[in-house]
Design a protein around this ligand. Structure first.
Ligand code: UTP
Length: 290
């Protein structure tokens, strides 16, 4: 039986340059989608999937993220004093349990692979999940839970993918697929942003991974790749030469909140699903005079 996934790494040390000037002082992972910061969606998805411990890899200027997942004594007391018990209970329920989150720092944003490697001692010698928080997922169950269900059957390393169109494939990391294994399939190759017309499939890597601990050894010796950064994809490609990698097609929707258009799309689509905002937003959209 595959060793259980108990820990998830959420890297939040990137600079968020695509959102400047919004991200000058506020981490991009703290920008709000409807009623909660982007990063909270990933944390909820991880706990829903059965993860027990979330490890954040943070950096300079990211302390707001730590504060967000802490108990806020003054807020709790004030809400309760004013009879807003329901809201106080909701905020409390969304605060992770004591000892269920850890924070480590990536001193320099040297790339996603390097950020994951910074968590090596906290992860230890066990398989773990990685969730890129700027990819917000809408699905039931969540994307990581869908991957966990496949992992329980086949083990190994698992990458979540989502379908795109041939016209848009050049924007993403695309996988080449092999044999099917139940709900999953073998991944035989990965290509970062393939030149138009050369993509091996229409399946893009959407920011959720289950990885065996050997990846940390490979990341330790990984040289810099695209953009002068230590890339997770390069280490996974090396590992793929010897270890099994499977893809799971996420049954749901991925919003790329690292881009302005994706972030706005997430806000609109998730506001339309939220009973508090649905009717007003629908009216607003209907009234748009294009
Ligand atoms: P991105 O590739 O979106 O990079 O990171 P970025 O630097 O945050 O944003 P832009 O492109 O400048 O706008 C994907 C995830 O990986 C983290 C980011 O915080 C984000 O959650 N990351 C990226 C790190 O933790 N460290 C890095 O060195 C790079």
């Amino acid at each position: 039986m595959a060793k259980r996934i108990r820990k998830a790494v959420i890297p939040v040390a990137g600079l968020g340059t695509r959102f400047l000037p919004a991200t000058k002082a506020v981490p991009k992972e703290m920008l709000t989608v409807v009623d909660r910061p982007v990063v909270q969606y990933a944390v909820e998805e991880a706990f829903e999937a059965g993860v027990e411990h979330v490890i954040f890899v943070t950096g300079r200027g990211k302390v707001l993220i730590e504060d967000h997942f802490d108990y806020q004594y003054e807020l709790d007391a004030t809400l309760r004093e004013r009879g807003k018990t329901e809201m106080a209970d909701l905020v409390e329920a969304q605060t992770p349990a004591a000892g269920a989150v850890s924070f480590t720092r990536q001193q320099k944003p040297l790339g996603l692979g390097h950020a994951v490697w910074c968590a090596r001692d906290l992860v230890g010698d066990e398989p773990f999940a990685v969730l890129l928080p700027d990819m917000v997922m809408d699905g039931e169950p969540g994307c990581l839970k869908q991957m966990m269900d496949a992992y329980d059957e086949i083990g190994g390393n698992i990458i979540a993918v989502q379908e795109t169109t041939p016209e848009l494939a050049h924007k993403y990391g695309i996988v080449a697929t092999g044999q099917a294994h139940g709900r999953a399939f073998e991944i035989t190759d990965m290509v970062e942003k393939p030149a138009p017309g050369t993509a091996p499939s229409n399946l893009y890597i959407n920011g959720r991974y289950i990885l065996q601990p050997r990846i940390m050894e490979l990341l330790a010796t990984q040289s810099t790749g695209a953009g002068g950064e230590i890339q997770l994809t390069d280490a996974m490609l090396t590992m793929m030469e010897t270890d099994p990698f499977f893809g799971v097609s996420f049954a749901g929707r991925t919003f790329d909140c690292g881009s302005k258009a994706g972030f706005l799309e997430a806000n609109i689509m998730l506001a339309l699903k939220n009973p508090d905002t649905r009717d007003d937003v629908l009216e607003m959209l209907k009234a748009v005079d294009l």
